[in-house]
Design a protein around this ligand. Structure first.
Ligand code: FES
Ligand SMILES: [Fe+2]
Length: 401
């Protein structure tokens, strides 16, 4: 059940910021060394730790809509197979047969059981080995030792998080912290999938992510798409989850200003149309929730620091079937895809080229970009480094060794 007070409180905070001509801010600007985007050693540690050791938000409950549904995930080099069993519970397995490791399923779909395509061994939806094909010829084995390899998984608030090895602890409540009740209210499990787009770009995964984490660029980079909609350079910023490493940014639209002349008691659920909510879930998820849709971005490192891959999945929320501003959901999906493609990801790729030239020794995150400061410090702490600000210097002059 959606709670209007959550939206009213956010709207009040944003109006106060607009009235004061300010934004939630860090204490000062911060110089981020360019090496965090270009250093191969740091990149290798990120892949080995914060990606492999942290739970990954793989999909929503609506991607496994019924008993027998399955969904596969291959974005981080560990092939995962999710099933919804006959009790309605979600299971996660390595997508590998226990006979000789063949892949069991591709894509997503529905299946009463799991038959391996290589030699037809059969498993149930809980991963139990049910049948060895032509068993009399195979020789005796203890079948109880051949169940599918389980991975940690938790389904909560309509989201499915998976650990990519057996020691990863998956606790959705811990990940969401103070915002758990808000995610519960959104009921993401009742969404309907619309479409998917995948980018493979020559840019560091964090440069792509940076474009989701501040509103300073809205009225510059997006002047032709968000201009006239967003107020720009104003956001209510909150952190949540372990050590506050996740964040939410609430960006006011111009239309929010209408609330100034309306008593708060008359602010209804429709005020959610007057701002944008963008969530970052460590280490690589950007989730945009609106009254009608959810835009789910998963960002992944590529083979070297200058390559990344984004999987963007768009969903319609219950009741949002009419889409955004009268557009159908596919048109809305295409609008988002185009803005990200031609504006945000265009700029992140050209930043990468410039950083690769090796003459820009640091980027500066403004006080008005607090989410970037918070997020990048969390990435460094995630690989066991304490963040160190780049020394003061003229941009374009290499820092002293
Ligand atoms: S590898 Fe699966 S049955 Fe042989
Ligand atoms: Fe943007």
């Amino acid at each position: 059940m959606e709670n209007v007070q959550v939206y009213r409180d956010l709207a009040k905070r944003m109006l106060a910021l607009v009235d004061a001509g300010t934004t939630d801010s860090a204490s000062s600007a911060y110089r981020q060394p360019s090496s965090v985007y270009t250093d191969p050693a740091l990149f290798a540690r990120e892949k080995a730790t914060i990606f492999k050791d942290e739970p990954q938000l793989v999909c929503f409950s609506s991607d496994l809509p019924e008993k027998g549904s399955y969904f596969t995930y291959d974005d981080l080099g560990v092939p995962v197979l999710l099933t919804r069993d006959n009790e309605g519970k979600v299971n996660a397995f390595l997508n590998a047969c226990t006979h000789r490791a063949a892949r069991l399923k591709d894509g997503c779909g529905k299946s009463a059981s799991l038959a391996c395509p290589y030699h037809n061994w059969g498993f149930d939806l809980k991963g139990k080995l049910r049948g060895v094909w032509q068993e009399q010829s195979f020789g005796a084995i203890d079948k109880s030792l051949y169940d599918l390899v389980r991975l940690p998984v938790e389904e909560k608030y309509g989201m499915i998080f998976v650990g990519l090895h057996q020691d990863v602890k998956v606790s959705v409540d811990e990940i969401l912290g103070d915002l758990a009740p808000v995610f519960e209210m959104w009921d993401l499990g009742s969404t309907s999938y619309v479409n998917q787009h995948v980018w493979k770009l020559n840019t560091n995964w964090k440069l792509a992510l940076d474009t989701f984490c501040e509103g300073y660029h809205f009225l510059a980079l997006h002047k032709n798409t968000l201009g006239g909609i967003s107020i720009g350079n104003t956001s209510a910023f909150d952190t949540f989850g372990p050590d506050g490493r996740n964040h939410r940014l609430a960006f006011p639209n111009e239309s929010l200003l209408r609330l100034k002349s309306l008593p708060e008691s008359e602010w209804g659920m429709d005020i959610f149309n007057d701002f944008q909510l963008v969530h970052f879930i460590y280490p690589n998820i950007s989730l945009l929730v609106s009254p009608v849709s959810v835009e789910f971005f998963k960002l992944y490192p590529g083979d070297n620091p200058g390559e990344h891959r984004t999987v963007f999945r768009s969903y319609i929320r219950k009741g949002g079937e009419k889409g955004w501003d009268g557009n159908d959901p596919q048109a809305h999906f295409e609008f988002i895809r185009k803005v990200v493609d031609e504006e945000d990801y265009w700029v992140s790729a050209n930043v990468m080229k410039n950083l690769n030239a090796g003459m820009i020794q640091f980027s500066t995150f403004g006080a008005n970009e607090p989410a970037l400061q918070n997020m990048h410090k969390a990435f460094l702490r995630g690989i066991g480094e304490e963040p160190v600000e780049a020394p003061v210097g003229k941009v374009g002059v290499a820092a002293a060794a």
